[in-house]
Design a protein around this ligand. Sequence first.
Ligand code: SAM
Length: 237
Amino acid sequence: MSASSIRLFVESPLHEGAIVSPSDAQAHYLMNVMRAAPGDILRLFNGEAGEWTAEIVNLSRKRVALKVIAQQCEMRPEPDCWLCFALLKRQKTDLVVEKATELGVSVIQPMITARTQADHVNMARLRTISVEAAEQCGRLVVPRLRAPMPLGQLMTTWPDRILYVADERRDAPLLRPDASQFGPRALMIGPEGGFTDQELEAVTRTPLVTRVSLGQRILRAETAVIAGLALLLSGDP
Ligand code: SAM
């Protein structure tokens, strides 16, 4: 695989001539996985400056240095869509974070609900999963990953943002993207055991909240995340 297909997210300024030191994990990836070599060209993004080419100028165990060459593309508009999901077991939460990143969310907000199956999460690991997904799928930003929050607390601080709560009960209207949905919005997905009646009642009392169906079948939570985001973001540029 030519080095130019390598994309790395870096948390440093990107401008012509800048010297960037990738993380230890990225250095390992370059040296031992991609077998890159000095002189190879790769692509960098930092979430603010679009995408830039860079040359590997030093690649050793002691030091890895990348010299920024030129901008390849400017920042593009991104959907302003949050994903709020009840924490799931580790592998399913990992999958949700990876797919939500690929599908273009701006914020990932894990929630603690009455029937949530997990009560702690390794945020550093989820951040790595999200960064790697953004690098792989060509995004120019990495979603903001927020610490898990109890559903009640999330709703008492809910901002000026349309919230689509996925409710598998029969009477919710099907989630359909339309132009009005291009503004700030969010999708909320419950735990494997579903929201309690009290939770749904409390959430739908909050302004800007709409209960939506994702179809006739009862989807697993991680499937509902993917299906719901695909529907909600299908019209975005
Ligand atoms: N109460 C469900 C049951 O009877 O098995 C369990 C909840 S479902 C496995 C997990 C979450 O996915 C739900 O809380 C809901 O947010 C979402 N979900 C699953 N299927 C859905 C559908 N057809 N429409 C809307 N949301 C759905």
